[in-house]
Design a protein around this ligand. Structure first.
Ligand SMILES: [Zn+2]
Length: 112
């Protein structure tokens, strides 16, 4: 059972199964892992959009994405806190890494 049927260049997130073309179509990512999988494409798309579209207020996809990144960030922080309280330390370490990655992305975008 290989997934060779589709485009061989198609990347997809193996956690939520969002593919690169899904992302291009919707501008939405499915989970934190997507930000790692599509990091390069994400940066390229954002640069392209910011470079060509100078109409402020006409970037619903980017705004939606920013909002999603921020709410994901908040969610991860809450989850980490909960994991700490419940003594799930390996999960906590994993969340710390995810938060760190996401935080870097948010800082890069000037969102935090
Ligand atoms: Zn995903």
């Amino acid at each position: 059972m290989t997934a060779a049927a589709g485009n061989m260049y198609e990347k997809y997130c193996d956690i939520c199964k969002t593919s690169l073309s899904d992302f291009y179509r919707t501008g939405m990512l499915g989970c934190p892992n997507c930000y790692k999988v599509f990091g390069k494409e994400l940066a390229a798309v954002l640069t392209e959009i910011q470079g060509t579209d100078r109409h402020v207020g006409k970037q619903p996809k980017i705004q939606g994405l920013n909002k999603e990144l921020l709410s994901e960030y908040e969610r991860l922080k809450e989850e980490k806190e909960l994991a700490g309280l419940e003594g799930r330390f390996s999960e906590m370490a994993e969340l710390t890494r995810e938060i760190f990655d996401l935080q870097a992305e948010l800082e890069r975008r000037g969102l935090i």
